[in-house]
Write a protein that binds this ligand. Sequence first.
Ligand code: NAP
Length: 327
Amino acid sequence: MKPLVILTHPMPSGWVAGLEKEVRLVTGPANTANVSPDLQPHFAEAEGLLTWLIDRVDEALLAQMPRLKVVSNLAVGVDNIDLEACTRRGIAVGHTPGVLTEAVADLTMGLLLAVARGIPAAAADARAGRWGLWRPDGWLGREMHGATIGICGLGQIGQAVARRAAAFGLRVLYTSRRPKPKAEAAGGARRVPWATLLRESDFLSLHCPLTAETRGLVDARALRQMKPTAYLINMARGPVVDTAALTQALQQGWIAGAALDVTDPEPLPPQHPLYRLPNCLITPHIGSATETTRRRMADLAVANLLAGLRGEPLPHCANPAVYEQAP
Ligand code: NAP
């Protein structure tokens, strides 16, 4: 009998074609966050679980899935999954690093340019008939060349942003828990303490994972240390930034503006005050949203899942400690 795999939500047609031949698939509903209770009758038999970043995988869920061998997350971030609980139970967790790096770095530069040059407001003015005669002081933005970008988390995406930023003539500073000598040599990025990054950045760009250490990292205290002319770009995960503190910072001019591809909560409710602030640009978590990248992520998620079902090492495993455990 083929193993049973749960897809928490329907995938676009053809994106998981490689799975259909190998396993019995059960698919959850489209429009609910989390692993739907409708799938509960299949939990006891499931050996594989393909999750989206909107699905919480915790001890309570795992306890209902005694045969589960592999969780394959369609994302590089695994903050939605209790990795320790999976490791304790011998469940490998797959994720999709690398294939989304360039797309996310591209969007980071897009958001950076958009807020630096006020592109959304200028475009809205043109569309609304507010484009009067050209004048030298109309729609003045911030110069990128010669400005400083501070990258929090110089991993795959952070490094891809650093390369792009250097090409734009930005000075690149970064923080991370460990130095990145190769990336420094390749892109001219310089490692500085967090307080220096806050103090010196004209653009502070977040690319660290969401962990216990980074949750709330950009809080009121951090925002108060930034330049009043600085912009915050959040491409990491919403809870890395304290939303209430950021709202206050933008309302009171502690910083010049923000561009957020991720928010806390997600989706950000339509009535949230951040949407009403002209100095805040919000996109709905579209960092990796190109067809090419999303299909590569799906391919990798399928490869991780199939390897886990066969008991082989996953191409990209987020909890390698699972292989160190005695069988
Ligand atoms: P990665 O290669 O693992 O890079 C993450 C980097 O963050 C690592 O180099 C790590 O270096 C650093 N880091 C970890 N803890 C840190 C801390 N406390 N302070 C500063 N740096 C820290 O992962 P990636 O592929 O670049 O992805 C990074 C994150 O981007 C993901 O976890 C995900 O949350 C987010 N993401 C968002 C989107 C989107 O659509 N907006 C898309 C993809 C990914 P050290 O271990 O040396 O500190």
